[in-house]
Unconditional design. Structure first.
Length: 210
């Protein structure tokens, strides 16, 4: 897909994921941004930076905006969804904890693999995201389990910042996040729609990870 103008992410939008990291479920959507420079395509490597000893995967349902949203209602927001993408919100967990704010932990180059854009289903709540590492399922979550639904999220974000066509909203990750190591292959699938699979390598390693 074309690199988005901005990537707006939502933290702790699944109850079980908030619990696994020892966090409370937020009373309002918890927003943060990933830089467009973090985006990589399917097949491109996720590069583990030397600054972190604990880089983790976070499989997410990504929503592509199709028309400008500013101060939108939930109904208007739902109508502005252009497509669905599989998204990996790669996170340096140790840096996230030490920094307090999340920009560095979420913002390294290669920390946002995004799959091909797929059509929008009639019912967004039926979407399911699955993460596999080396072929083994590690995460599974349904949009119906989200604390805040996709239309609620988009309307809320549009009260803060204007969403432009091509922007991507990452809607949160379910429980089961875990560490990535060199030579792993991590795959995020929004079942029946979009998929993104990427090898993992240490910074400075050759493209084959060895």
């Amino acid at each position: 897909m074309t690199r988005p103008g901005k990537i707006v992410c939502v933290g702790r939008n699944y109850v079980d994921h908030a619990k696994e990291l020892g966090n409370e479920v937020p009373k309002q959507p918890l927003l943060f941004l990933k830089p467009p420079s973090s985006v990589v395509a399917p097949g491109e490597p996720i590069v583990l930076p030397p600054q972190s000893q604990q880089v983790e995967f976070e499989g997410e349902i990504g929503v592509v905006i199709g028309r400008r949203l500013k101060g939108a209602t939930e109904q208007e927001a739902r109508g502005a969804v252009r497509g669905i993408v599989a998204l990996n919100d790669v996170t340096a967990r140790d840096l996230q904890k030490s920094d307090g704010q999340w920009t560095r932990a979420k913002g390294f180059d290669t920390f946002c693999p995004i799959g091909a854009e797929a059509p929008v289903p009639a019912d967004l709540s039926t979407l399911t995201v699955v993460t596999r590492v080396n072929g083994q399922e590690r995460q599974r979550g349904s949009a119906s389990d989200m604390v805040f639904s996709v239309p609620t999220l988009l309307a809320y974000i549009s009260q803060v910042m204007t969403l432009e066509p091509g922007d991507v909203v990452a809607t949160g990750t379910p429980a089961g996040v875990g560490r990535l190591s060199p030579d792993d292959v991590v795959e995020i699938e929004v079942v029946g729609t979009s998929k993104v699979s990427n090898p993992v390598r240490a910074q400075g390693a050759r493209a084959n990870g060895r």
